[in-house]
Write a protein that binds this ligand. Structure first.
Ligand code: DX5
Ligand code: ZN
Length: 211
């Protein structure tokens, strides 16, 4: 299991130290949640902070945009060369066009889906992406409760991936902790995003416990 700490739960008053510490503790990726106050009822961070994180992080960036205008935010963050950029199927009319744009920029495209959006909506997108992000909470905030129905979606998605694009990874995001991680692994998830669980304890111990 790869572990991607969501910095939304970090202490932003000393974000530099937090990034260094979570990288040293064994994070595989640094997950950055971008919210625009339109697609989700919260506003988080923009270019200034992403630029600072990119400078400090020794691990690849994993940017998750929860926004209405995907194109604008892709342009904004492309210069910081994230490994993955996940955008939501619910906010994009032309997902394949955006996927092609990300590929041209050298960024691995990933499609994100909300807890109650069906796997069917990404059936014809799976062949073109490197990752599918399954939200296991309603996007907008850290520290919410895990929606366990999403485990069934992960199993369904895994079958689809085996058929259509075996190299495609599954990422799960929201409410992940030491208690549900085993079920998450068993349902076929490759990358676990965790915010409040990781930043709420001693970082190395928390990451090791998930892994
Ligand atoms: C929710 C974000 C998540 C969130 C995870 O909209 O996409 O990445 O910060 O935080 P926890 O692990 O606290 O649910
Ligand atoms: Zn996220």
């Amino acid at each position: 299991m790869q572990i991607a700490p969501s910095i939304l739960s970090a202490d932003f008053g000393r974000l530099d130290e937090e990034i260094v510490a979570i990288c040293q503790a064994g994070a595989d990726l640094i997950h950055i949640d971008i919210m625009d106050g339109s697609f989700v009822p919260n506003i988080t961070i923009g270019e200034v902070v992403v630029k600072a994180v990119a400078k400090i992080s020794t691990k690849p960036l994993d940017i998750h945009i929860m926004v209405s205008n995907n194109d604008m935010f892709v342009d904004m963050f492309a210069p910081y060369s994230p490994r993955y950029l996940s955008f939501h199927i619910e906010s994009e009319k032309h997902p394949l066009r955006l996927i092609q744009k990300l590929r041209k920029l050298g960024i691995k495209p990933s499609i994100a889906i909300n807890p109650h959006t069906s796997i069917d909506t990404v059936k014809h997108i799976v062949p073109y992406v490197d990752m599918v992000l399954l939200m296991s909470v309603n996007p907008g905030f850290g520290g919410q409760e895990f929606i366990s129905e999403v485990l069934n979606k992960a199993k369904e998605l895994k079958q689809l991936i085996n058929k259509k694009n075996p190299k495609c990874l599954i990422q799960m995001d929201g409410g992940i902790n030491g208690k549900n991680i085993q079920q998450i692994k068993d349902s076929g998830v490759d990358i676990a995003v965790a915010g409040s669980y990781l930043f709420g304890g001693e970082y190395t111990r928390q990451i090791d416990s998930l892994r």
